[in-house]
Each structure stands twice: as C-alpha cells, then as structure tokens.
Write a protein that binds this ligand. Structure first.
Ligand code: SIN
Length: 529
C-alpha cells in the first residue's frame, strides 16, 4: 500500500492559437488522508484530462477546473478541466471526421476492436476497480464486479457486430425487389451517470461502435476518471482516433448537454439519469429530431407474497435494495409484503442488514460504502424522517453516520409504511428498506403501478399462475421473478412510462444505434428467352 498526495491542478498555460494542447501522460500523485488508496499497477491509467481524437488534452488557455472528490473523505482526488461548449464542438467535430471512415469498416474489424478492448478492461480490472472505489465509494469487491459487468457489454457487442442483419422482403409490385440494410445512425452523444462509472459507458459505447457509430461521451462530473481510463484502454485496443471522445465538465454540464442535444452533426443521444433531466434533453433534441434512448428514474416495487420462499425473498431484497448502497436505478424502492409473512420477513431482513459493515470501500470486510455526496444523504434522511413522523417504525438504522464521514448513512429498515409517505412517491436512491403491508394480489398490483415511472419490479411467489398474472400486469420494462438481480448483458434493460424508452444490452441494444435503409430494385422482370 502506498500513501499518495493530491493531484495538483495543471499550471495554466499561456494563450496559444489552439485552445487545446495535447499531452500523453500524467503521473499518479494522488491521495487522501482518511484511508489508503492502493497504488495503481499502471499509473498511466489515471488521466485527469479530456480525451479527444485519441489524445488526452491539456488546455493551453486559462481554463476552469472542477475537483473530483473521494466520497469517503471528501478530499480532492484530481482537478479536471471544466470543458465548455467550444470544447464539446471540437469533440463533435473529431467524432464526425472519424465517422466518415469508421462507418465503412468491416463488422469483423469492429468486433475485433471491441474484443481487444474487453480483454484490456479485464486485464486491468484491479486498477479500474481501484479508480471506481476511489471516486464512487463502492466497496472494492463490488467495483471489481462492475468492471466484469462493464467488460461483458464489450464482449456482447463484439459478438453482435457481425450479426447486424437486414431483410429481404417480398415486394408488392411484380418486378421489384425490396431489401433493407441497417446503417450506423452517425455521431452519438452519450450522457452517463456516476453510479456505474464503467458499466454505463460500455453499455452505450459497445453497441454504438458495433454499429459503426462514433461517440462523444459527457463523462459524469463525480466519476470522470474511470471514463478516461476506459478511453485510454480503448486507445490501446487500437480503436481508431476520433471514434471515442470524452468531454469532462461540471459547471458547464447544462450547456455541454444542450450542445450535444442541439448540434445538427449529432444524430443520436443516449442518456441515463433523472426523469426531469431526460425531459429537458428531449425538448432540446426535438429541434433536430435526434434518435433518442433514455434510461430514467424508477420507483421499483418489490413484492413478497405469502407463498414465497422467505429466505430467497430476503436474499433478493438484500441485493435489490442495498446494491451500491441503494444507488441504482433498479433498486427496490417500495417493498410490499403480504400480511401473513410481514413480521417474519421484517425480522429476517433486519437480521441480514445488521450484518452489513459500512465504511471505506478499500477496507477488508466492508460490505457497503458511502453515498455519492451529502445531498444524497440529506434526501435519504428526509425520506426516513418523513416516514417516522407519519407513523413508520425504524427497526434498524435511520441515522447519518457522521463519525465515518459526511456521506455515510446507516442501512435502514422501516416497517409500517403507508401510501402518504414521501418514499411511496419518490425514488429514495439510498440504503432504506421500507416495508409496506398488503392483503391481496389486486391491491398490491394497483399500488405497484401507482407511479408515473416504470423501470423495474420484483416479486416472489411459488404459485405458477400468479407468477404469470402478476408479471404481465406490472407496468414496467423489467421484472425479476424470485430474484433481486436482473442485470445481464444478454437481457434488454429499459423502462416504460416516464422511466424512458429504448433498450440497452441484449440483441435489441444495437437497434438504438442503427437506422433502417430500404432499397427497392425495380424493372427486374421475367427470365429472358
Ligand atoms: C442503473 O442503475 O442504471 C444500472 C443498473 C444495472 O445495470 O444493474
């Protein structure tokens, strides 16, 4: 283990004709005081500069930076350029130039690049996990799991690239022949979240590249370093210059987002984030009618019927509710438990949650890390206080863990929840298991659907007919039946209602990055004498 010291902001450079200057390497000199960050095996993976045209760019003119902070200590990890609309335009231009030749590459070539990138991600799993834990806070074992998950999208889409088929269609007019080809949509703007700093990048870039698109990624302000390390590995995989570009920004996020959504060169936006921001981006993108895929907020119901296997349901709740300390879009939000097993379920769940160990993700034995920032803690605590005041019982937790740091919150179990409480209506995005009692199948399905969003739902039952009835009645894009973990590169990920549209991963994932070109061949006629 090596103790490190904070990265200093790069010295401002004098004004030159170019607003960006190219740099190749940055030495790892970063650190924090309250826990020890393992050294990277390959320090050149820590790149705190935007990535454009296959180069990490140090601005040459005076420029603003923002600090990437360790959510455990609140200390600075690195200062990263807060890029502007002009910088975003440069990235878009690079992606547009690269698209001209990349779209014409053979599917097998693109497949090989993705496969090589996948291998490099796995070879550098330890370093990538270290970076994820540092800037996101999730425990090292979870971070390492995320790297495998991230790589799996590259592997999946390496396999899909050579299988982007068109159709031959019997024409209505004699003498005509109709066929289709699926062509790359063009330059894609990808706006990704901090909760999966690696996997949400590869889940978008994988299908984009498989289809022959080029991309500009707006890296999350909280976790840009993982995106930049992935870009470095893409460069090493031989992915041609300009195909992947990563813009870093915090204060200028709204303007950079708007540029991606309004620039006519960009043909598609893929966004993972809140429903409110999704609506804004959709409005902005309407001016140029871009192709869109949005994965937005959820309010996942998690239903346990009396006939469920109790231990399976408890294990499902632990993973679905507390994965990444409750900070995934598909985390259970409202846990509905049928009256006959309510008390037993609550007791068993509380016993499991009591075993959690909260702390630094680098510490051996830590099961759960901090939340991403203090705002998140305030929101979670607000939901708990509101529930308590309205009559819920705090079985476990319910407090901030200020002795550990400003971003920690106790894993919490609440019983006696009711529909009037904030947590019923809003996604908590934190480690709070809130148990609502219910009597009948009809009542619980109504409550489950009583929300404007519809991303994921889970339920537990051994009754074959009930499983069909309930799975079909839930208004969501994804249902977990007798499992709390549905994430899989082979399975289509996405929502309905105000959770968005479009699917990521799976055989459908590439569709979001292609357009169907139809060709009609006329005057073919009959065999000539
Ligand atoms: C998300 O939170 O958006 C992604 C969760 C997952 O892929 O499991």
């Amino acid at each position: 283990m090596q103790r490190l010291t904070s990265l200093v902001a790069p010295t401002l450079r004098s004004r030159a004709q170019l607003s960006l200057r190219r740099s190749t390497r940055v030495v790892l000199r970063a650190g924090i005081s309250t826990h020890t960050v393992p050294p990277l095996k390959d320090p050149s993976l820590l790149q705190p500069y935007p990535f454009i045209d296959n180069e990490f760019i140090i601005p040459t003119t005076p420029y603003q930076t923002f600090s990437v902070r360790d959510p455990v200590s609140g200390l600075k990890i690195a200062d990263v350029p807060d890029q502007t609309v002009d910088d975003a335009k440069i990235a878009i231009k690079a992606a547009a130039a690269a698209f001209k030749s990349f779209r014409a590459t053979a599917a097998r070539e693109r497949s090989n690049w993705l496969r090589r990138w996948n291998e490099l991600v796995l070879e550098n799993k330890g370093d990538l996990a270290t970076l994820i834990t540092w800037e996101n806070g999730k425990p090292l074992a979870d971070a390492s799991g995320e790297v495998s998950y991230a790589a799996s999208f590259l592997e999946w889409f390496a396999e899909e690239a050579p299988r982007i088929y068109g159709d031959t269609i019997p024409a209505s007019v004699k003498g005509n022949r109709v066929l289709t080809q699926r062509q790359p949509v063009g330059v894609c703007g990808l706006i990704t979240p901090w909760n999966f700093p690696a996997a949400m990048i590869t889940r978008k870039v994988g299908p984009a590249l498989a289809a022959g698109c080029t991309v500009v990624i707006k890296a999350p302000a909280e976790t840009p370093l993982t995106s930049l390390a992935l870009a470095e590995l893409a460069r090493r995989a031989g992915i041609p210059k300009g195909v992947i570009n990563v813009v870093t920004t915090m204060e200028n996020t709204p303007d950079v987002g708007k540029e991606l959504c309004t620039n006519p060169v960009v043909k598609k936006i893929s966004f993972t984030g809140s429903t409110a921001v999704g609506k804004l981006l959709m409005k902005q993108a309407s001016g140029t009618l871009k192709k869109l895929s949005f994965e937005l907020g959820g309010n996942a119901p998690f239903i346990v019927f009396d006939d469920a296997d109790l231990d399976t349901a408890v294990a499902g709740a632990v993973i679905s509710k507390f994965r990444s300390s409750g900070q995934t879009c598909v985390c259970a939000n409202r846990i509905f438990v049928q009256e006959g097993i309510y008390d037993k379920f609550a007791e068993k769940l509380a016993m499991k949650v009591k075993e959690f160990r909260v702390g630094s993700g680098y510490q051996e034995g830590t099961t759960h890390g901090p939340l991403i920032h203090e705002r998140a803690v305030e929101k979670v605590h607000g939901h708990v206080v509101n529930a308590r005041e309205a009559g819920a019982e705090v079985v476990l937790g319910g407090k901030k863990m200020e002795h550990l740091g400003m971003n920690f919150y106790e894993p919490t179990v609440l019983t006696g929840m009711s529909k009037e409480m904030l947590l019923y209506k809003e996604e908590t995005f934190g480690p709070v298991a809130a148990l609502f009692p219910f009597k009948t199948e009809k009542e619980v399905v109504e409550m489950a659907n009583d929300t404007e969003v519809g991303l994921a739902a889970y339920f537990f039952s051994k009754d074959y007919s009930r499983i069909w009835r309930v799975a079909e009645a839930l208004e969501v894009g994804m249902v977990g039946i007798n499992t709390g973990l549905i994430s899989d590169p082979a399975a289509p990920f996405g929502g309905v209602k105000q959770s968005g549209f479009g699917r990521e991963g799976s055989k459908y994932g590439v569709d979001e990055y292609t357009v169907v070109k139809m060709m009609t061949f006329g005057g073919i006629g009959d065999l000539q004498e």
